[in-house]
Write a protein that binds this ligand. Structure first.
Ligand code: ZN
Ligand code: ZN
Ligand code: ZN
Length: 372
């Protein structure tokens, strides 16, 4: 589930690199529960349930997966990567975790581990003796640099999302007279038909609703003479797609066409800025400058992009203030928008992977404001 081509050797390599990063960062133990770090290192994805599943990775010592006994049969064992430590319904799984390693000076915990387990862990390792840091401290150096198999998975997911965008552009997805929610359901069905395992979101926003970047598709009926913003993505073989395209039902008024021309240039400029060695914030600045220079600066109300991989949003973020250098294998969205409240909105989004040969787009669907 976690990756198309990951093998035991992949996980052994990743654990070894995680340990090297722990050494570099002075982290004594890595604790991974619900979330993507766990399948990245072990191939096993924990059920997001109240029973604790946790991979315990000491910097020096064998890794152990503490898991509810009833879920242990789902684990594909990876010899040499981790040992299984099933716990019974009457056991205290947090005490088991705490007993696996001596009290650490620095413990790295995953972002999406349930707070209740951290609260219980604090009873064993109080924060006056143990410093708690985010697992990203260790894992970002690994997870943000996608390897060839991961890039291939992102490209395949992007191509599948492109095919749905192509269907939209070809007029194969009826719009006028249907509600946003109906079109959203239609897009979701098509994402699955094109190979996604799950749909993560399918935003459909018509007319003035498009001015709300994360609009929830509802009963609003799509009419002639308005812009329709679609932003959709899912997970395919463990990796995410995410694309935004707008179409116009009929001929767009000059105001919309002019703004879209600016948006298109801003997006292409942002993509071109995503080169190895540039800062993440340079991508945001490049896209934002085009929009600001054209006089729409106040209408671009969010960051330009987010990292993507096993999660739809992950590090690195393309935002002012992030001076982290772009590295080969960094995968991120470039998605500027222009939003005029109460009237219309527009956004254009591709996923891009930085390579030593330059930015490589995972999306190739038509970037124009296609009229239907
Ligand atoms: Zn999106
Ligand atoms: Zn996005
Ligand atoms: Zn373009």
């Amino acid at each position: 589930m976690s990756s198309v081509t990951a093998t035991t050797a992949t996980y052994l390599d990743r654990i070894a690199r995680a340990r090297a990063e722990m050494e570099r960062r002075g982290v004594d133990v890595l604790l991974l529960s619900v979330g993507s770090d766990l399948p990245y290192l072990s191939g096993y994805e924990a059920m997001p349930l109240e029973r604790l599943t946790m991979l315990v990775v000491p910097r020096d010592g064998d890794a152990t997966m503490v898991i509810p006994r009833l879920e242990a049969p789902r684990v594909v064992e990876q010899p040499g990567v981790f040992a299984l430590r099933p716990w019974n319904e009457t056991d205290d799984p947090v005490a088991i975790v705490a007993g696996l390693v001596s009290r650490p000076q620095v413990a790295a915990v995953g972002d999406t581990m349930w707070a209740r387990f951290l609260v219980e862990l604090l009873g064993h390792w109080p924060s006056d003796a143990t410093e708690y840091v985010r697992s990203t401290t260790v894992m970002n150096a690994l997870r943000t640099r996608k390897d060839d198999a991961e890039i291939a998975a992102l490209a395949a997911a992007g191509a599948a999302a492109d095919r749905v965008a192509d269907q939209l552009h070809a007029g194969e997805i009826p719009l006028v007279g249907r509600t946003e929610a109906q079109v959203s359901a239609d897009i979701s069905t098509r994402l699955l038909a094109e190979g996604h395992d799950v749909v993560n979101f399918a935003i459909v926003a018509a007319g003035e609703n498009a001015a709300s970047p994360h609009h929830h598709p509802g009963d609003r009926v799509i009419r002639d003479g308005e812009i329709v913003l679609t932003d959709f993505g899912g997970t395919m073989a463990g990796y995410c797609s995410d694309i935004t395209r707008c179409v116009f039902v009929g001929e767009p008024p000059a105001e919309v066409a002019d703004a879209y021309a600016v948006l298109h240039e801003a997006q292409a400029t942002g993509v071109a800025a995503g080169v190895v060695g540039a800062a993440c914030q340079d991508v945001d600045r490049a896209a934002r400058r085009v929009i600001a220079d054209a006089g729409y600066g106040e209408f671009f109300i969010h960051r330009t992009g987010h990292g993507i991989g096993m999660e739809a949003h992950e590090d690195p973020y393309m935002v002012e203030g992030n001076d982290q250098a772009i590295e080969p294998g960094h995968a991120f969205s470039v998605e500027p928008g222009i939003y005029v409240a109460g009237r219309w909105g527009m956004r254009l989004e591709d996923i891009v992977v930085a390579t030593t040969e330059g930015p490589r787009s995972m999306n190739h669907a038509n970037h124009a404001l296609v009229t239907l």
